[in-house]
Design a protein. Structure first.
Length: 701
């Protein structure tokens, strides 16, 4: 039999047929034989071990016992009757209970005969009872050949109703292995299998579906998960290598006057070691003649902006223009003001382009950009419009990347013959596992150190009923000359209600903090950009002490004098949002505070989120918790990636394995970048197959 047979429809397999094939396709998406192999059981019933009554524990899963039955009784209930029996082994007694079919069961039960029973035991009023146990006489149990661990396959109501039961699926699987076991091709090299102590592919598949014991199951899963990660890593790493080899970039050969002057005369602080290291990584990329596509991760306040600026100056030094894109107008404006300010007197032209720039000014910007008179353009995604044409864009910096899609990112590339170098900056730390699997083809730099002298933000959790104490604390801080943020949630689905909450909150804060002693700013998404800016500016200048806002201030805003962040309904925010919000304070020399206000009733997840925030300020740690709580599918940027289609591996639980697989893939490519070696033939064949499928999918979508 040739390999091709794995691509035939499952209808041809014994035990399936056309109608079941249609059901399996519509309900579980299984169409071809090969897909059937990857319909893995999601759990296993462990019948490898017999428990004693004495060993029973509360909340244990389904277990198996051997013993005899006595004292069969029918107990009258309100409706019908219930049947009970005493079940005993040498160590103790428990109760078996039937709520349905009492009569029929009663007639079939044999007293004083050894039974094997199987089920879940509940603890109630001092005794254990097992409702509706599966039962088999020990004598017949011993005769039947048992698969030690019984697979439980994913199913749906429709499948079950139409008779595609667990038993049917198990039988289909048995037929599958009977027919195909000996032609299942090995996908990994013998070198890898030896190094990582992996089972052969066919054995691993067999034991994943029909494991004889826990140990074999673990070995099988290890092998299959390893393989799944391995090929994803191989793909990502090869993409990276090819990009490095094939995609040329403008070589920024020299470090010139712009960079050096700025570094020597304008930079008022010493870069942190992490910043220096990252700058070196960027310099190396930019000088290499290879296209740079680098992700710069750094917690809020770690000083990414200055790195962006220095990188842009390298572009200028080599006769190129540079651009910087931010996700909001407020943030773009702040970048613009910062950059213009620090570059004063340096003969660099900088402009701001956002949606609210007037047509006349916009036209001038377009002209200066095309003529090359304009060196640096900062703005929102208005920069990505077709009318915006650079003379020679050498570097594009994208701030806070989770607001931008991949499509927009690559659009920037089309502006010249060669793509500009791209530096993507994100303040949302990406867990290492995700960084490896989703962004595995990008180059990643990390600023993992805050500038010196920062005090970590003290974070507390307060219930709504403690509001007065919180107000009092706010007043004390304001009396010391500090400023305060009060943030309300704004979730798209309940926008009207959230807006009302914000207004109610604003009113009560206005009452508590009356003019003229206190001045308040308010910023929310429904305001015009100009009004937002006006209110923001008043706060930045210190004219107002309180900023009441929805999450529009989440990103990037820098007001060093603000030292308190009060988050209202904090339970409604995600972890990364809370972390971002907290990052708005603690930017100056003063001790800063973050107060998370919640109602009294909290879900378990909300408790974990709030608890995590109170406990740690390490963005990476927070990101790991977030990944565990929400799963990879809900973390930014994962939507386009293969990690969501994992069939057996789990990004969170199996991260150690992911590391191993990445290491292995990297080693293989180092030895044999194009997978030409005879010893890598299995890997190459599988890889081509995966690639073919992947490109087929991308053509469809
Ligand atoms: P983020 O990484 O969140 O974008 P910023 O670039 O806004 O952080 O930097 C936060 C603040 O820290 C800014 O006021 C910036 O000037 C300052 N800063 C950056 N690097 C250093 C440093 N090495 N030493 C002292 N202050 C620094
Ligand atoms: Mg920033």
């Amino acid at each position: 039999m040739s390999q091709l047979d794995f691509h035939i429809p499952i209808a041809y397999l014994k035990g399936v047929g056309p109608s079941r094939a249609e059901l399996l396709a519509s309900e579980l998406g299984i169409r071809k034989i090969e897909a059937l192999f990857s319909l893995f059981p999601f759990r296993y019933i462990d019948k490898t071990r017999f428990y004693k009554v004495r060993e029973l524990q509360q909340n244990s899963s389904e277990i198996q016992l051997v013993g005899k039955i006595s004292k069969i009784r029918t107990v009258k209930q309100k409706r019908g009757s219930r049947l009970t029996a005493t079940f005993a082994d040498a160590t103790g007694e428990m109760e078996l209970v039937w709520f349905r079919g009492a009569k029929w069961i009663k007639d079939s039960l044999k007293v004083d005969t050894p039974y094997v029973i199987f089920g879940k035991a509940n603890f109630y009023k001092g005794t254990y009872s097992m409702p509706h146990p599966e039962m088999e006489l020990l004598s017949s149990y011993e005769k039947s050949v048992q698969t030690a661990l019984q697979p439980v396959y994913p199913s749906t109501e429709k499948l079950a109703n139409k008779g595609v039961s667990q038993k049917v699926v198990s039988n289909i699987m048995r037929n599958l292995f009977k027919t195909y076991y000996h032609v299942i091709p090995e996908t990994l090299s013998s070198g890898l299998m030896e190094n990582y102590n992996l089972l052969p592919k066919n054995e691993a598949l067999l034991h994943a579906h029909f494991p004889k014991n826990q140990e074999l199951l673990a070995k099988a899963q290890f092998r299959l998960k390893f393989e799944e990660f391995f090929f994803i890593q191989l793909q990502l790493l090869q993409k990276k290598i090819m990009r490095h080899q094939k995609i040329k970039g403008f070589p920024f050969a020299s470090i010139g006057a712009y960079f050096t002057d700025f570094y020597k005369t304008k930079l008022t602080f010493e870069l942190t070691n992490a910043q220096k290291r990252v700058l070196k990584e960027i310099r190396k990329d930019l000088g290499s003649g290879i296209h740079m596509n680098r992700l710069l991760q750094g917690d809020v306040g770690s000083g990414k902006t200055i790195i962006a600026l220095l990188s842009m100056l390298m572009a200028l030094d080599n006769g190129f223009q540079a651009a910087m894109i931010a996700p909001t107008e407020i943030l773009a404006t702040q970048h613009f003001e910062f950059v213009s300010e620090v570059l004063k007197g340096m003969n660099v032209t900088v402009s701001l382009l956002t949606g609210s720039v007037k047509a006349k000014d916009r036209k001038e910007i377009h002209q200066n950009l095309e003529s090359g008179q304009l060196h640096i353009l900062i703005g929102t995604h208005a920069l990505l419009e077709d009318k915006v044409v650079f003379q020679n864009l050498g570097l594009a910096v994208i701030d806070e990347q989770h607001r931008f899609g991949v499509a927009q990112r690559s659009k920037m590339w089309l502006k010249n013959s060669l793509p500009p170098h791209v530096l993507v900056m994100t303040a949302t730390p990406i867990p290492r596992t995700l960084a490896m699997s989703v962004y595995g083809d990008l180059d990643i730099s990390v600023i993992d150190e805050l500038p010196p002298g920062r005090k970590s933000v003290q974070t507390v959790h307060r219930y709504d009923k403690n509001r007065l104490a919180v107000f009092k604390f706010m007043k004390e801080e304001i009396a010391k000359g500090r400023q305060v943020y009060v943030v309300y949630p704004l979730i798209q689905e309940s926008e009207a209600m959230d807006y009302k909450d914000l207004m109610d909150g604003f009113e009560s804060i206005s009452r508590e903090f009356p003019k003229p002693t206190y001045q308040l700013s308010i910023v929310h998404g429904q305001m015009k950009a100009a009004d937002k800016k006006f209110e923001m500016d008043r706060f930045v200048k210190g004219e107002t002490q309180l900023m009441v806002a929805t999450t529009v201030i989440e990103v990037g805003v820098n007001v060093p004098n603000a030292s308190i962040m009060v988050v209202e309904s904090a339970e409604r925010f995600g972890l990364s949002q809370l972390h971002q919000l907290r990052g708005r304070v603690g930017r100056g020399a003063d001790q800063s505070y973050c107060v998370l206000m919640t109602s009294f009733k909290l879900s378990e997840q909300a408790k974990t989120r709030i608890g995590t925030m109170v406990q740690t300020s390490d963005g990476f740690e927070i990101a790991e918790v977030d990944l565990k709580l929400r799963g990879p599918g809900n973390i930014m940027g994962t939507q386009q990636s293969g990690v969501l289609n994992l069939k057996i591996a789990d990004l969170v639980k199996d991260h150690e394995l992911l590391k191993l697989a990445r290491e292995a893939a990297s080693q293989v490519l180092k030895e044999d970048p194009t997978l030409q070696l005879p010893s890598h033939k299995n890997i190459a064949t599988t890889f081509q197959e995966i690639d073919k499928n992947a490109s087929m999918w991308s053509n469809i979508s």
